[in-house]
Every structure is written in structure tokens, then in C-alpha cells.
Write a new protein. Sequence first.
Length: 447
Amino acid sequence: MFKTKYVERVYNDLVEKNKNESEYLQAAQEILESLEGYVEKHPELEKQKLLERFLEPERFVQFKVVWTDDKGNFQVNRGYRVQYNSAIGPYKGGLRLHPSVNASIIKFLGLEQVLKNSLTSLPMGGGKGGSDFDPKGKSDTEIMRFCQSFMTELYRHIGPETDVPAGDIGVGGREIGYLFGQYKRIKNEFTGVLTGKGLTYGGSLARTEATGYGLCYFTSEALNTLKNTSFKDKTVVISGSGNVAIYATEKATQLGAKVVALSDSNGYIHDPNGINLDVVKQIKEVERGRISEYVKRVNGATYHEGSKGIWQIKCDIALPCATQNELDLEDAKTLVNNGVIAVCEGANMPSTLDAAKYFIDNKVIFGPAKAANAGGVATSGLEMTQNSAHLSWTFEDVDNKLKEIMVNIFKNSYAKALESGNKYDLLTGANIAGFEKVCNAMLAQGI
Ligand code: NDP
Ligand code: 2IT
């Protein structure tokens, strides 16, 4: 797995300390494999125990969240926040509400966030949080009471110059509103302590669209540089049907592509005529319904049980935008056999390690999550700037800045990929580009 003794020892110690945390170890393995060449060129890092210091989260908080459901029953959930690294700025990263959330998932997301935030070139450290609370089927008032209870504990750990949470799976505008309201009530302070806020109380235009749009800006730049082509007339498959998937569909379509499939955790829809996004937005954003509903409203579309089947649809570009490990080696082989030219990750770590390697080895453009989906947190960074300056920029201003950031993330990752000897290895490129800045800031600040 590893060529150098130092990196191997660091990984083995991590396994020893974090047994059974498979997602966390997967993210760490991916990063360490990419950094081996860099570490070999910088022997001072071993002496400084830099990798050990980088991998150890600065703080990990776990707490109890008790709330009452609409029937008056008490419910108990577990809340988390990992404050992973603050070398280059205050901790920054989303909150995930999903029954699968545990320490391993929060730590993998936190670790990825450190490098992602560094890639944006904005001054943000990395953090992540969430709860095993399941928002599905809950009423608005249940969501509100959960968010209030969650923030009643979280507020003491965060702040606009300390740690700034945002959304992720299961956390959108509604949840951020309830979380913000409770923070303001407890602290008696109106500050930019969360991003992804509503436009009436300090949110930024284009934050809702940012992750999906940014993913397409990154993919466009990669298509242009590596394959001398664009989204125009391409067939695109996008997994998920949440925030990231919806706005990736919107931008890919605007750029001339035809998006033919979307999914949720139950199954996927295939619409060979091109997804009608107004229908999807109505089902998902307004009614909070299931994607299967789509086929009742659009002629020619079909629904298939089981979300994995989506990778069997022939496409030029695949954008996994649902969740971790949703695309494995078998899926990768199917996509490559069907002629895919680009796979860029909207979700965090959607491809397994062997799937990612397979794409790179087969000269498919592989846009790793920390680079390709950084548009969301980058725009959160722009929201923080607007909040601290007490002003708001136009949609066009924010969108142009987002585009520039995504193009730069591609260029920086590509430059490091070229240096490492494989122009298709944007994974190594992104890891080195993100790590270098954090590493130098840590060295400069001492222990
Ligand atoms: P949403 O909650 O809006 O949507 C999540 C989507 O993914 C839903 O369609 C959901 O289906 C599906 N999904 C979630 N869990 C699973 C699962 N275990 N198996 C299959 N499908 C699943 O979340 P987002 O769109 O915000 O997030 C999607 C991904 O993008 C996540 O990996 C997130 O970390 C990442 N991301 C999000 C950013 C943001 O700004 N929101 C920024 C960068 C990355 P169902 O309804 O059935 O659960
Ligand atoms: O994974 C991510 O980058 C996010 N969920 C967005 C985090 C943020 O702070 O906007």
C-alpha cells in the first residue's frame, strides 16, 4: 500500500487508534498514498511529525440531543462536531443529518474538508458535524425542535471567528434558519456564525446553487484542458436528487448537455428526453417527495428500484452527487466500457478507492470531491466575507467569483498532477495542492 516507512507507520498507527472507522481510514489512506512523493521530497516533515499532527483532529465533540416529537414523546440523538484543523482559518464545514452519521463519517468528512477548504484559496480551516437524527418524515415543528436542541449544545463550540457550520445531507435552508434563530436567541448576537442562510437574514445569493454549479465549472475546465471538449451535446448521468444534484443538473443543461438520470436512496429515474428540472424542483424542494414521483408526471421516463443501477446507463459524463461509496469498481468498469470520458464528484468520496484508481488508470477525467465540489464551501467563504463587511453582492458577482475559484482549483490540481508525472491524476494533484498550504501554515505556527 505504501512505499515509504514513515507513511506506512503513520497509517498503521491511525488504524490502531481508529479501529472499525472504515470511512475515516479510507479517506486517510487516499490522502497518504497521494502525499508519499511530497513527503519523500521533504524529509523535515517526518522530524516535525507533521503527518501525525495533520491527521489528529484538534478537537472532537460528541453530545446528547434530546427533543420532543409531535406526539410529546422524548427522542434522544447523538450530535457531533469535529474541529479538524485551524492552521489557515476558522474551522468551516457542514452539518449532516442522516441516520448513518457516526464518528467515522464525521471524521472522514472533516479531514476531507481541511484540504478542500485549502484548495479554495480562502482562509478557512476544516470542520464537520451532524447527528444520527433522520429528517425523513418529520414535521416542520419536529425539525425545528431538533435543531433548537442541537444548537443549545453546539453554540458553545462555534462562533463567526471560531467555527462556522453550514449545510450538508439533510441540512438546507430550513434547518439553517432554525439553527441560526436558536444561536441568536442564546447569544443575543446577530453574526455570520452559519452559512447557507436565507437571503433575508444574511445569506449569499448563489450559495444554494454553488456546489452543483461549481462542479460543472470544474468539469468544464477539465474537459477543455484534458479532452479539448465541453458539456455541449454530452449525455450526463447524475446520482442523488438533493441540493447538489439539482443544481448540477441545472448548470450542465445550461451548458448544452442532456442530463438523463437522477436518483435517491430507493431508486433512479431515466428520462432519455432530458430531465425536466421544474418537475424535479417541485417534487424535491417544494413537496419534499421521492424521485419516483417524477415518472407519474413526465411521459417517457422510467423508474427503477435500487440506486446502484444508475451507473449502467450509457453516458459521456457521470457526476455522483449522493453519498460516500456509492460508486464501486464494478460500476467504474461499466462506466468505462460504456465510454465515459469524465467522472467528477459532487458528493464527498462517492467513489471507492479502487474505482477512483480505475478511472485514473483508464485516462478518464476524474475530478476528486475535495476539488470538484469545493464550490459550496467557497461560496460559504464569500458569504462570510459579505457578512463581516455588512454588505451583499449580486448573483452575478458571486457566480463570477465562484467560476474563477473553480477554474483555479482545477489549474492548481492539474499543475501538481503534471509535476507528479500523470496529468490524469487530479487526485494526487488536489491532495498535494491542498496539503502544501496547510502544512506550511502548521510549520510556521509551531506546535
Ligand atoms: P441533500 O440532503 O440535499 O440530498 C442528498 C441526496 O443524496 C438525496 O437524493 C438522498 O436520497 C441521496 N442520499 C443520501 N444518502 C444516501 C444513501 N446512503 N444512499 C443513496 N442515496 C443517498 O444533500 P446534498 O445534495 O447537500 O449532499 C449530497 C452530497 O454532496 C453529500 O455527499 C454531501 O456531503 C456533498 N456536498 C454537499 C455540499 C452542499 O453544499 N450541500 C457541498 C459539498 C459536498 P434520499 O432522499 O433517499 O436520502
Ligand atoms: O462538504 C462540503 O463542503 C459542504 N457540505 C459545504 C460546507 C460549507 O461550509 O459550506
